[in-house]
Design a protein around this ligand. Structure first.
Ligand code: ADE
Length: 350
């Protein structure tokens, strides 16, 4: 039977991953949140560092949000880290630091959706909830030839029911790990390894030449272009930053003073804008360096970014921005884009 075949494939092919060696719901929770948008190879290092710094839920609950964001730096989707921290505080106070054991209570926690609740309930407590992530949608849609859109309410409901049925009486924690791993290693998005697949003879998509077409998504989210002009305003080893507090990407991370424009403009035009004049008035500034355009890609945004380096008397702007020293960089969480720029500055001293 199909479920047993996936499980026996798993037992022969599974990777040894740190979060598979534990039943601790805290560790499983952190790993699942990291894995939502991050490749396994990247997540391993972050996971180990996270556990080293915050070995228990209470350690995480007592941390400052800034420390949590710093540890998350480079992983992206920073709302995951902010939610983790908030939920750790909830568990610390409401549940005395002990992770709730029922599926209902787990699902009620902030930042934990249907997939993550099922993953924690099954991996930590062996409760019979099928965890349906992108891997599972792919495997089931191909095996059974399901053309329902995986991003529609109807599709989600359908696949959840199918996954529950496929789990049947198998041990939930093994079944869930097995089908996720099967999707991650064998039934992969492009060029799946059909020639060595144990389920080839029963796979609907393979028999009907639909492997590349499945799973189906209904919405194509359009990529938005944004134009960022970052002003690296420095004086010896000090420079200006601000905390992003608006409801947008990178909330509560730090960045250089930013002028965002709705299209690409030259530096000559930029210095004539109201935003520039508001910052600098008619000061005669010497621009030390203008970088080439760096395109930083997020899931649905391309950030066309230019860094403009000016050495100046930064104290004149200290009411509007915060001054930090290079020696303090490790205390502040920065988006990867800024971190890379800082590393270049440090390397080249330009
Ligand atoms: N992706 C999501 N959850 C996973 C897990 N537990 N192991 C490997 N990859 C995953």
């Amino acid at each position: 039977m199909l479920t047993n075949q996936i499980i026996s494939w798993y037992l022969q092919n599974k990777r040894d991953l740190p979060w598979r060696e534990t039943k601790d719901p805290y560790k499983i929770w952190i790993s699942e949140i990291m894995l939502q948008q991050t490749r396994v190879a990247t997540a391993i290092d972050y996971f180990n560092r996270f556990m080293h710094q915050f070995p228990t839920i209470s350690d995480l609950a007592k941390a400052k949000e800034q420390e949590v964001l710093k540890l998350w730096q480079g992983l992206g989707y920073y709302s995951r880290a902010r939610n983790l921290h908030e939920t750790a505080k909830t568990i610390h106070t409401k549940y005395k630091g002990i992770f709730p054991k029922s599926h209902k209570d787990i699902l009620a926690l902030k930042g934990i959706g249907t997939y993550t609740a099922a993953a924690i309930a099954s991996f930590a407590f062996n409760l019979p909830y099928a965890a349906v992530d992108g891997n599972v949608y792919r495997v089931l849609s191909r095996l059974y030839g399901i053309e329902k859109a995986i991003d529609s309410a109807e599709g989600k409901k359908y696949f959840q029911k199918l996954a529950n049925e496929t789990m049947n009486n198998a041990r939930p924690e093994i079944y869930n790990q097995a089908i996720i791993e099967f999707g991650a290693l064998q039934c992969i998005p492009r060029n799946p390894k059909c020639e060595i697949c144990p389920l080839l003879s029963t796979c609907y998509a393979y028999s009907n030449k639909l492997v590349e077409q499945l799973p189906v998504k209904s919405k194509q989210i359009k990529t938005k272009n944004r134009y960022f002009y970052y002003l690296f305003l420095s004086c010896k080893s000090r420079f200006l930053v601000e905390k992003r507090e608006i409801k947008d990407i990178w909330k509560n991370l730090y960045q250089y003073p930013l002028i965002e424009y709705d299209k690409a403009i030259s530096t000559d035009k930029l210095i004539q804008t109201i935003e520039w004049k508001k910052l600098f008035g008619n000061q005669n500034l010497i621009i030390r360096r203008v970088s080439g355009e760096v395109i930083h890609k997020l899931s649905h945004q391309n950030l066309h970014t230019v860094f403009i380096h000016i050495e100046m008397n930064i104290d004149s702007l200290k009411n509007k921005y915060q001054i930090i020293d290079f020696s303090e960089i490790s205390d502040y969480p920065f988006p990867k884009l800024i971190e890379d720029h800082l590393n270049n500055i440090i390397l080249n001293n330009t």
